[in-house]
Design a protein around this ligand. Structure first.
Ligand code: FA5
Length: 364
């Protein structure tokens, strides 16, 4: 609102300014050009002094606000222009603009210097000495057991077998009853192992997977099943309480022991190469009839190593899963994977597979 003329006069007399027709009470008194000049020189000196003492971002910022802020001291001086004669106003304006420009340049220069120094000290602190040796991290690789298991799987898959899986915690039914090992059968004691509760146990062999597959599949069946097994066996150079087997099952019309022998010969040849000998000896398993043990001897070795139990699937087992045993015959085996790896790589102690000694593992 435009004030009445009389009060404008009184206000101007009191040292205030009339800005855009309104009274601005910011200035305590009117300044002459001379006084303004003295003020500007004083501000310039102060600027130099304070610039010399700037030692951090905060003090530089405070200086910027004090001199160049919207309500800062240079802005304050600009307000006196209105009270000067028109003839003096342009000179005073120039002086003020020069002061403002110089203050801006000085502050920018110091700010730039500070950030350059900061960058330099950061670069210094984070300097990388390219001449130091690097930090090496080696690539891991598959465990020899996994390598051997995959190799065995691939040989049988090329022969037309597919890979099946079953649980490691197995029921007594699949582990014993369905495999023709009733409660009172002495063979049950051989495989009585770590029980989880009254009826479930850690499987001591992969044979229960045979039953699980046959229950859900019509013949012909041609599967292998790799997996971990558990037994109460005392640890020695060829026995471990935790070990791996690969189960094989082939059920079809017209299969005989000769087919089993042929499959094993092809497999042994593919897996070991030339020079390994294979020996069949009679054995007993409640779920195969006849049953055999298969032993392998490495070239130049004197000892045979038993690698698997095998045989023709007992007709009672086939009937148990609903197959007509008059039509179908089959054979199966359970192969110890550690024993295969030991033979192939000349390892004389099964315990090395579990001790995680890198000097051993890095050889594969
Ligand atoms: C069985 O486990 C039968 N289920 C195999 C079978 C399957 C027979 C199908 C007939 C038809 P056996 O207990 O012999 O059989 O074990 C088979 C192989 O597992 C052994 O030849 C051996 O290579 C391996 N094996 C057994 N116990 C251990 C152990 N404690 N540590 C390392 N390997 C073992």
């Amino acid at each position: 609102m435009t004030p009445p003329a009389a009060s404008v006069e009184a206000s101007l007399y009191a040292g205030n300014l009339l800005v855009n027709g309104k009274i601005d009470s910011y200035n305590p008194h009117l300044m002459t050009l001379e006084e303004l000049r003295v003020e500007i020189e004083g501000l310039e000196r102060e600027l130099q002094e304070r610039m010399a003492r700037i030692d951090d971002d905060a003090s530089l910022d405070a200086l910027r606000v004090d001199f160049l802020g919207r309500k800062g001291r240079i802005s304050g001086l600009f307000k006196h222009l209105g009270s000067l004669d028109a003839s003096e106003r342009s000179e005073a304006g120039q002086l003020l603009n020069t002061l403002k420009e110089r203050a801006g340049q000085e502050i920018a220069r110091v700010a730039q210097k500070a950030s350059a120094e900061q960058l330099a000290s950061q670069l210094d602190a984070e300097r990388v000495d390219m001449s130091l040796p690097g930090v090496y991290s080696t690539f891991g690789h598959l465990h020899p057991m996994t390598l051997v298991q995959r190799e065995i799987e691939s040989i049988f898959m090329r022969m037309g077998f597919s890979v099946a899986a079953g649980p490691e915690i197995e029921t007594e039914y699949y582990n014993f009853d369905a495999l023709n090992i009733p409660v009172e059968h002495p063979a049950r004691a051989d495989w009585d192992t770590f029980y989880i509760d009254e009826t479930s146990l850690l499987r001591p062999h992969t044979s229960p997977v045979q039953i699980r597959v046959m229950e859900t599949t019509e013949p012909p069946v041609r599967i292998i099943c790799p997996g971990r097994c558990y037994r109460r066996d005392t640890q020695d150079a060829t026995h471990s309480p935790v070990f791996h087997q690969i189960e094989l099952l082939w059920v079809e019309e017209g299969l005989s022991l000769a087919n089993l022998k042929y499959v094993l010969e092809v497999f042994t040849h593919e897996f070991f190469g030339e020079g390994y000998e294979m020996l069949f000896s009679g054995d007993y398993f409640p779920f195969t009839e006849p049953s055999v043990q298969v032993h392998i001897k490495a070239p130049g070795a004197t000892d045979w190593l038993e690698i698997m139990g095998a045989g023709m699937v007992d007709p009672a087992v086939l009937e148990g899963v609903g197959y007509d045993a008059e039509i179908y015959t089959g054979f199966a085996f359970g192969l110890g994977i550690e024993r295969m790896a030991m033979l192939k790589y000349g390892i004389d102690d099964i315990r090395v597979f579990l001790t995680n000694d890198l000097r051993f593992l890095r050889q594969f």
